[in-house]
Write a protein of this length. Structure first.
Length: 321
């Protein structure tokens, strides 16, 4: 029996799996920091999400063998320190792709058709008798989508765009994807292009980048300045890949028509952020994978990863495999 520290609540069926095999402590570092730090001292395994696991914290966990994140993104973890200490990091790829793609595509449609703003008119009793063109949106179907980042989730968004909405799909990624092998339904429907070509042509630019040293702040004034005038920007990856001041400047100058954002450099979004109230921004509280089905599937995979690692087996989803 080993010691497990659960640092973000898990569904009861997954807690039961952990309790059946190990000694389990639940301590949310945001709510119970003392209990969390005390449990770190003996923990062999950590499981949770949405909290930075820094080198300083890892130094307080001398027995730690594995960290199992209930997320696909791993930007909350000090990867170099985990590697140096020989601690395994697991995550939850695959099980959330379709749900995140639903969220991002929904945000794209909502932003272009102004769903939130217009729904608020109805709620506030301001449905104008004369619904004029000042309240019209722009079509999504038949337009050009530019995907910055073309992993599994990007490909799932591309399928919705190409097969459901008749959109032309361009993507930019470090390497061209072998569509015949990885996404045959997108063959002839999605093209790998240079970033500049994508930005100049896309009516909708959707960013799906992980946060790394190479992507931090890369969507900057040059990036937005290269976008087609009147285009819409959507971010479903990580907030800190965007220079938010540059995004605001592009919205305010009228270069960008609108932005739909599920992620922000700081979350929750600070009260004083101009992105919170900007009339042409549709903000969401990082809900990409937040459905009952998918969050449960993520918890199952993360629990399985942890139990496998503590049993000395190779887990299903080790980060970097
Ligand atoms: C992840 O798993 O990294 C997502 O951002 C959660 O929605």
């Amino acid at each position: 029996m080993k010691d497990i520290l659960v640092f973000k609540p898990l569904p009861s069926d997954q807690m039961a799996r952990l309790h059946a095999a190990h000694h389990v402590v639940v301590a949310d570092p945001k709510l119970a920091p003392d209990a969390f730090h005390a449990a770190l001292a003996t923990a062999h395994g950590l499981i949770g999400a949405s909290y930075p696991i820094t080198a300083e914290l890892l130094a307080k966990a001398p027995r730690l063998e594995v960290v199992s994140s209930v997320s696909v993104g791993v930007d909350n973890y000090d990867l170099a320190e985990l590697r140096r200490l020989g601690i395994m990091l697991c995550h939850t790829p695959g099980v959330l792709d379709e749900t995140v793609a639903d969220t991002v595509f929904g945000l794209l449609v909502a932003t272009s058709r102004r769903f939130v703003e217009l729904s608020n008119l109805v709620r506030e009793g301001r449905w104008p008798r004369d619904f004029g063109e000042d309240l019209f949106g722009f079509d999504v179907h038949g337009k050009t989508l530019g995907l910055v980042g073309f992993g599994r989730i990007g490909q799932a968004i591309a399928r919705r765009a190409a097969l459901g909405f008749g959109m032309r799909v361009l993507y930019h990624a470090r390497r061209e994807v072998d569509l015949a092998a990885q996404a045959p339904e997108l063959q002839g429907r999605a093209s790998h292009v240079a970033r500049g070509e994508l930005l100049a042509a896309a009516d909708f630019v959707v960013a799906m980048l992980p946060l790394t040293d190479a992507t931090r702040g890369t969507m900057d004034a040059n990036f937005f300045g290269a976008m087609k005038p009147g285009a819409v920007f959507i971010n479903g990856g990580r907030g800190a890949t965007v220079d938010e001041n540059a995004l605001l400047a592009s919205l305010n100058s009228g270069r960008l028509r609108a932005a739909g954002l599920d992620v922000f450099a700081q979350e929750p979004l600070p009260w004083e952020s101009a992105l919170r109230t900007h009339p042409r921004v549709t903000p969401l509280p990082h809900i990409g994978s937040a459905t009952h089905e998918t969050r449960h599937a993520m918890a199952v995979l993360a629990t399985t990863n942890l139990l496998q690692a503590l049993a000395g087996e190779r887990p299903a989803a080790v980060y970097g495999d």
